[in-house]
Design a protein around this ligand. Structure first.
Ligand code: GLU
Length: 303
């Protein structure tokens, strides 16, 4: 889980920026990753994965099709002008494709909303998915997960002038917005049934609704919420007390164990050689939160 403390100080250290570039205390600037600072990932030479139908299909095609988010600052964000995706999840996707023997530039990202991830993997619309995707038992019945590569936690985003919401216990009778098909949505529904739950396809629509007083809070992972708070530091803040564990995994077709294990190996190697940390610092680290130790890979057996 992310601790949101001394944001500007940490930002100045990480990005070598003057603290004057920061907003008010505790508010990171709304700035995305600088493309020239992104790491380059060494491509595995002569890599073969004959037991993976997904890898073979991608090899034949010449590129991977990777599912991602397009409206989550620091994590997965699409530049509307250029169509380029950026963020920590995007970097994870790129380093994985390099480990699987694919040259830089041989990925096509495809935006897939939270509720559609399992179907997209099941029907072959995408080869793998990297987008704040929590590993859990229910989803494991439908898809496979490499990782986890990051640990987030559910939190709340409120307007700066909101004084009545300090945690999920304060949500009774409040309008709370989340993404359909997400674990935060399901948790509020189950554990806080007196909240008035509103669902959209994406969190950015929820945030628009928060800014216009249509809802009282947005709930999802802290890693996602700090990005939205950074875009409107004068208006929004993250409550900052997370109330779940959200281990992020790379989604793969359920039967493709060869691909899953190759991605587990690749994650482990990229954590060891410093690429994971470099990727974090060039993206999510710009929020001011220093790089945590990544969670241990859960290489669960093929079923
Ligand atoms: N990590 C949570 C999930 O997988 C929330 C973020 C998202 O919707 O992508 O459901």
């Amino acid at each position: 889980m992310i601790r949101i403390t001394r944001v500007c100080l940490a930002l100045a250290v990480l990005a070598a920026l003057p603290t004057a570039a920061c907003g008010k205390e505790g508010s990171p600037p709304g700035k995305g990753p600088a493309t020239d600072r992104l790491p380059h990932y060494q491509v595995a030479q002569g890599f073969q994965l004959p037991d993976s139908p997904t890898w073979k299909r991608a090899k034949k095609r010449g590129y991977f099709v990777v599912g991602a988010k397009e409206d989550q600052p620091y994590l997965g964000e699409k530049d509307p002008a250029t169509g380029t995706y950026s963020g920590f999840d995007i970097e994870i996707a790129k380093m994985m494709s390099a480990s699987l023997g694919f040259a830089p530039g041989t990925i096509r990202f495809k935006t897939i909303a939270s509720a559609n991830r399992e179907t997209a993997l099941q029907n072959g619309q995408i080869d793998y998915y990297v987008g704040t995707y929590t590993i859990n038992a229910m989803r494991k019945k439908l898809v496979g997960f490499a990782g986890p590569y990051f640990m987030a936690g559910q939190d709340l985003l409120v307007r700066k002038n909101e004084h009545g919401i300090d945690g999920p216990q304060d949500l009774d009778g409040k309008r709370v917005c989340s993404a359909a098909g997400s674990t935060p949505y399901q948790r509020i529904k189950k554990d806080y049934p007196k909240a008035i739950l509103i669902a959209y396809d994406t969190y950015s629509v929820c945030v628009d609704n928060l800014l216009t007083y249509q809802v009282d809070a947005v709930t999802t992972d802290d890693a996602i919420l700090i990005g939205y708070a950074a875009k409107a530091p004068g208006e929004l803040r993250v409550v900052g007390r997370s109330f779940s564990e959200e281990p992020y995994g790379i989604g793969v077709p359920r039967s493709d164990n060869a691909l899953r294990f190759a991605l587990d190996d690749a994650l482990e190697a990229r954590e060891k050689n410093g690429d994971w940390k470099r990727a974090y610092e060039a993206t999510l680290g710009l929020s001011g939160v220093p790089a945590p130790t990544p969670p241990a890979i859960d290489r669960y057996p093929a079923s």
